[in-house]
Design a protein around this ligand. Structure first.
Ligand SMILES: Cc1ncc(COP(=O)(O)O)c(C=O)c1O
Length: 458
């Protein structure tokens, strides 16, 4: 009997007496031999301890708390490929129901017949929305024999997915800069950015950097006036990655969706305030005519003939089923209750943070997403917001500090996202840790306080 199997049989109950745990796992090559699953799994779980604790990640917009039933559904669907619509017709059916539920939630005039699809997240959904606008613009120009070589897209401070769309699909991105004390796209500036080559304008409902809603209705009015003057019929795609699941429940009177005729498509992240596990987004068109035929592929080699429009092919089905579960489980009242509780907690925390002293609220959680952000008041406080992020990280909290985009690059803010699962009690614990950090810095001021973190907006 070799050493490994001898020790294994002697100490079968104790993973840390397995000889493998006395080795360092290879980092650049496949191991030569197989290993017992429970030992490797334990070693990997141990390594994962070094990741941040997702529940304390208040930098992310994404779901980090899920009901037990969602875990069960994900387990049940782990082997289902959502693209095999013929093999898994009920998963496909649930995807389609989600599309129509969202279309109705966003007031599509043809909610039961319009088109839309699930995606990996808002990024893929945004690209599909962008592509549809490019196709539509190009077809109209080609029909008139006009040049189609210089498409552009106009937006405010957008998430990186729109920069990717522009670069990957050869579209000029005209990002209207933030000036003075602007926190989002100023519709009055739109006229200086659009022209006959503008494929669309993208307002964001819940700007990633500031959490406010861009004024979609005002944007539409400006574009109506531009059409009346120049004849350019410029569509709107709303990036509602987060706001698409907040506004309908918390700000129902706000007109931002298909109630506005110029809004042709909307994307959202099911895995953000849609409350589903990571890996699902949605894009919905106002009516099926708005999705150009040329973007639809008919796939027939899997045993059926199914129209698909997506950048990806294979993708897990569980997130879609979990989205449908959330819709059926929570209903309108459930989503409303959860989102309102998040709004209340964000506003409470914002008010408490303002009382500490050195912070000036930038966004107080009112009117946009359930979040808050603040800057440091002028003067030397003995720390920067980056120092504060680092300090509270010692307690496990992950809080984003970053400069605002474009012309407001000199303003650094710290942002806290409040999501389902971030209770008032957790917020109060964080508040105590922020207070403790501030008093630590008062006692031990930082000499070279400066940026130490890089940060991804997700
Ligand atoms: C406004 C906005 N659009 C798009 C995205 C990208 O979303 P996803 O991570 O679902 O691809 C984000 C992510 O934070 C966002 O805030």
């Amino acid at each position: 009997m070799g050493l490994h199997s001898q020790r294994q049989s002697e100490h079968a109950e104790d993973i840390y007496q397995d000889p493998l745990t006395e080795t360092v796992l290879p980092k650049f090559q496949l191991p030569a031999d197989s290993h017992p699953p429970q030992v490797i799994a334990q070693m990997i779980k141990d390594e994962l301890l070094m990741d941040g604790n997702s529940r304390q990640n208040l930098a992310t917009f994404c779901s980090t708390w899920m009901e037990e039933q969602v875990h069960e559904i994900m387990d049940l669907c782990v082997d289902k490929n959502m693209i095999d619509k013929d093999e898994y017709p009920q998963t496909a059916e649930m995807e389609s129901r989600c599309v129509h539920i969202l279309a109705a939630l966003w007031n599509s005039p043809q909610a039961e017949t319009t088109l839309g699809c699930s995606t990996t997240g808002s990024s893929e959904a945004a690209m599909l929305g962008g592509l549809a606008m490019k196709w539509r613009w190009r077809a109209l120009r080609e029909a008139k024999g006009l040049d189609t070589s210089k498409p552009n897209l106009v937006c405010g401070p957008v998430q990186v997915c729109w920069h990717k769309f522009a670069r990957y699909f050869d579209v000029e991105l005209r990002e209207i800069p933030l000036d003075g004390d602007e926190v989002c796209m100023n519709p009055d500036k739109i006229k200086d950015y659009v022209d006959e080559n503008t494929i669309g304008v993208v307002p964001t409902l819940g700007v990633t950097f500031t959490c406010v809603y861009e004024p979609v209705e005002q944007v539409a009015k400006v574009l109506d006036a531009i059409e009346a003057k120049f004849g350019w019929d410029i569509p709107i795609h709303v990036d509602a990655a987060s706001g698409g699941f907040i506004a309908p429940f918390v700000q129902p009177d706000l007109k931002w969706d298909f109630r506005i005729e110029r809004v042709k498509s909307i994307n959202t992240s099911g895995h953000k305030y849609g409350l589903s596990p990571l890996g699902v987004g949605w894009v919905i068109w106002r009516a099926k005519e708005e999705l150009p035929e040329g973007l639809i592929f008919n796939v027939d080699y899997l045993g059926g003939n199914m129209p698909t429009f997506a950048l990806n092919f294979s993708r897990p089905g569980g997130q879609i089923v979990a989205q449908y579960y959330n819709f059926m489980r929570l209903g309108f009242a459930g989503y409303k209750g959860i989102q309102e509780a998040c709004m209340d907690t964000a506003q409470w925390l914002a008010d408490e943070i303002a009382k500490i002293g050195p912070f000036e609220l930038f966004y107080d959680g009112r009117g946009g997403l359930p979040a808050l952000s603040y800057t440091l008041k002028a003067g030397d406080h003995g720390f920067s917001l980056y120092d504060l992020s680092d300090r509270v990280r010692m307690r496990g909290w992950q809080i984003a500090s970053y400069p605002l985009p474009s012309h407001r690059h000199d303003t650094v803010i710290q942002r806290i996202m409040i999501r389902h699962g971030v209770s008032r009690d957790m917020a109060a614990l964080l508040l105590e840790d922020i207070k403790a950090a501030v008093s630590h810095f008062t006692q031990y001021p930082q000499v070279n306080s400066g940026a130490t973190q890089s940060f991804n907006h997700s």
